[in-house]
Design a protein around this ligand. Structure first.
Ligand code: ADP
Ligand code: MG
Length: 259
């Protein structure tokens, strides 16, 4: 290909916003020439590069906007440490059929057993597969809704937690008790998503303890009723991974050389 033709092609890719195709144009051209690929194979490779780069950018943006506290995947989850957890069930959930069926996931268990890690890992799978995800602790959501309510903007703020994401992760439900008005915000979110879009929720309390946390038994029952109707409940009964890391560090120190 002559230099003017190459430059014209690069400039047209640029004008079309196909920046990755423009970037890989020299090597794709060289490969096509070296391996005598036809025009169709050349174009196919060029577009594949562009689409791959766009997909990567979309996932990165979507993860950035999701508000997740950290990015950890199922690959780094040590299932052997948590035998009460059914690995097959978790991997099955990672296939994301629950999202298509608008089902919920409740991850229950004491602190440090990996509830947030698992919620984030499943949410990352969702992002990678084109679903929009929003992550919030319950406390942050309640405070945001209460502030919006005081400013007369509750409806707009509610949309952040309802229609704006296909998956909502609500972390740390039950750590702090809720007043009746606060529980009512949670009810509005849960009932708006009911049978429309999924929620992954983590809690250190078993569902039988929820009525006491939510102050109002009627609201707690109404929330639970909707959450549990189409849901997967995973109760993790093991030890804290955080304490395991601490214990390992202590053993490491004890076994280390004398100072
Ligand atoms: P929880 O939300 O149940 O309090 P986290 O998910 O925040 O616990 O886990 C605490 C820390 O321990 C995190 O850094 C998490 O990645 C890690 N962790 C927990 N369980 C495991 C596990 N089974 N395998 C690997 N890392 C784990
Ligand atoms: Mg947590």
């Amino acid at each position: 290909m002559s230099q003017p033709t190459f430059e014209r092609l690069a400039s047209q890719l640029d004008r079309l916003g196909l920046w990755r195709a423009k970037q890989t144009l020299p090597e794709t051209l060289k490969l096509a020439e070296d391996e005598s690929h036809g025009y169709a194979a050349f174009l196919d490779r060029l577009l594949e590069d562009e689409i791959g780069a766009r997909e990567e950018r979309r996932i990165k943006n979507s993860l950035r906007l999701s508000g997740m506290p950290f990015l950890k995947t199922l690959d780094s989850f040590d299932f052997a440490f948590q035998p009460s957890l059914d690995r097959g069930q978790v991997l099955d959930l990672a296939s994301l059929a629950f999202l298509a069926r608008k089902e919920n996931i409740l991850l229950l268990g004491p602190p440090g057993v990996g509830k947030t890690h698992l919620a984030v890992a499943l949410a990352i799978c969702a992002c990678q597969n084109g679903y929009s995800v929003y992550f919030s602790s319950l406390d942050t959501m309640i405070r945001a809704l209460a502030a919006a309510d005081r400013a007369g903007k509750l409806d707009a703020k509610l949309r952040t937690y309802t229609t704006k994401s296909q998956l909502l992760v609500l972390d740390e439900v039950g750590y702090l008790p809720l007043s009746r008005a606060e529980a009512n915000y949670l009810f509005q979110v849960v009932s708006s998503r009911y049978e429309r879009s999924s929620v992954i929720l983590t809690s250190n309390k078993s569902v039988t303890e929820w009525p006491d946390v939510f102050g109002d038994h009627a609201i707690a029952t109404a929330i639970l009723d909707r959450l549990l109707h189409h849901s997967h409940v995973l109760s993790i009964k093991g030890h804290s991974y955080r304490l395991r890391e601490k214990a390992l560090a202590a053993v490491g120190t004890a076994a280390g050389p004398p100072a």
